[in-house]
Design a protein around this ligand. Sequence first.
Ligand code: NAD
Length: 266
Amino acid sequence: MDLRLKDKVVLVTAASRGLGAASARRFAEEGARVAITARNGEKLSALAQAIAKDTGAEVLPIVGDVTRPADIERMVQSTVDRWGRLDVLITNAGGPAGGKFLDLKIEQWDAAVQISLMSVVRLCYAALPHLLKNDPPQRGAIVAITSLSVKQPVDNLMLSNSVRMAVIGLLKTLASELGPQGIRVNAIAPGWTRTERVEELMQGRATANHTTIEEELKKQAAAIPFGRMGDPDEFADALVWLASPRASYVHGIVLPVDGGTIKASL
Ligand code: NAD
């Protein structure tokens, strides 16, 4: 199926590795022009060059922190300066700190609101004027990468469980407000997916429990019907479809990509 993404302009934030990087690569494979952002310029530039070389697509690295309002403005503006338009916004960021309620300090709540909620709010404010310039009926799409924690609370992740629900409220409301203007708004909720971040987490558990990373992965995967974690490419396939014009009548949803972990999804 042709996803009709050729020459579309896509901005993926927090994309130097993991789910953001896999998604950016998949957009490039579909012929889109892709801007990727992260805080580490060297790593980001190397990734942009690798994706461009492998796919033949144009890839623009933009160094920036999604918790800094001026950086967000610059991410969007640099993308539009380069290609003259914006069609798709993918919001992504590092996850908020882990911990139970009584372990957390108020400052960590403030930081979680900045990284998980306000980054999405600010990116939408910065991107929408450009999306609205596109021709109807399909002016563009916003997809926010969230977490399975918006479907079911995850133990020890109080901040993710709480703050990401505000993102869902934002997106549901935006879907109502922007649908009439031809802009699709959706969220995607990854379950356990084997990124570097997850491997680091599993390595930490292995060290603490005197086990191996493979044993810890197996333990974590036991609750997943497939008995394994997802691959970032499997996540990217779902995200790129959701953001593409081929998902033209899919609007205002949270799409779980979790191997059936959340039973209530069906
Ligand atoms: P990751 O740590 O591998 O990648 C995160 C990316 O965000 C990196 O490129 C990092 O450089 C960038 N980043 C972090 N903070 C940033 C900031 N302030 N400004 C700009 N860039 C920043 O993580 P991942 O596993 O790819 O997860 C991506 C998102 O999905 C996270 O919010 C995570 O909590 C969420 N998530 C992941 C999983 C999973 O199993 N991988 C499951 C549920 C939710």
